[in-house]
Design a protein. Sequence first.
Length: 504
Amino acid sequence: MTSRKIPSIMGTQHPDNANAPFWESSQQPFISAYRETSEAFENFNELNVDEYMWDWEGKHADAAVIDRLFSTEYDYFKEHQIGRDKFLTFRFPNIWEEKGYNLMQAMTAFLSSEDFAHDLDFSRPLFEAILPMAQRADQILKMQILFEKLANFKSAEFTRSDKNTPYIEMIPLFEDFETQLHAPEILKEYLKLHEEHFGFRPKYMRVFLAGSDSALTAGFMSSITGNKLAIARLHEFAEEENIEIFPISGTGSAIFRGGLSPHRIDRYVTEFPGVRTATVQSAFRYDFPIEEVQKGIAELKEKLPVAKPLKISLDDQKILTEIAEESAKFYSQTLDNLVPSMQPIFKAFPKRRDRRQHVGVLGYSRSVDGIELPRAINFTGSFYSIGVPPEFIGFGRALKHLDADHLSVFVRSYPSMSKDFNELARYINMDALQILKTQNDAWAEVEEDILIMQRIFKFEIGPQTREEQQHAEIALQVVQIKDGAPIAVTALINRTAQLRHFLG
């Protein structure tokens, strides 16, 4: 067993919160880069998260975060040491997708933080980093080699008496279906390269599986299937290679983005057993009463480390791979035709963080008929705000298309399907969908998806509570004015987000 503590809960800066954070006195839901250091502390202290992601990918990040935390909260961090008890994990920029100067700044922060911690007699605070959009084994090793060179250069030229540790651990983040499915092959190659360069094999690895970008690019059926396959295959790989693997799952509160909220802990553990670290994003932390959030985090900490990993037979793996690939076609075909009519909503979507141009699994952007797709949070929230949960897009037709063998494997592999879609049906507004259909024929395909799912699961379409009723009324207003008044649309999107407890 690895001697270090493996965090069960990673707080992240994903901007999916509808409400202001509990620690924000101005009660504004927008969180500026200047407030993110105190946010990290509040998450460690109040919510008892084990780990906090410090994001350098496509956004502004404070390089002095460790200095500020140690200076302002010295007593807390003397007791709860970063790198031993609590963890601050940088998400590096991917230099194959965006400019590299941010990476050098992030790596330098690792080195200066180690110096400062050494002076205070603290543990080395930063020792692992996430590589987003990891595609190949050599990219993961390249990050380590760059860091090694920088650390050795600094030790030789700047701080001879204080030598830096020239090694960091990397957490590859696999974002699309293909890289998630082939994670074991990528990691096998990486272990070989690592041993050639460093002369030893890591005793364990943490591997990050994205839940949002895969849903955005290939649809919900493909995404949830891909995540399950990856978790099962990673644990198989761990046994074969005699290495410990600790999967991290990147999931938001919307079911489309993984469905992890304080109200769905059991569902999450049932659907993704074998995940060892869950990401609690901004909506999880800020859109529910703090007592519920603390209780949810405590429950995850208890259940995640001991959940028996998902096992999927080779035959079923083959079938699930076919399902994921087939379902993606239904989704993509319809989506390509919907995107143009969604542009006014995407443009009016409210902001929650300071961000640069987006990079993700889509590269700088994915162009559909010359039109870009937004980030996964904006995409998800935009569809919910018009009364069309994006989980339905392509799902109904893909499900109907499955033969008996494929269907039985899929139903068995997704135990919460009926419950999930019963819940999602409450956010559908069929009146809004009729208006959308008159503007664009592609919406008829989404209506078909919804009606197929209704026939199979016998759910009622439409709201069942007062909050859901208000959500439906506002969704209709958004559709009626979407091409006219962006400021009004932004305000309405904000209100629907509060009613459903997540922005996107």
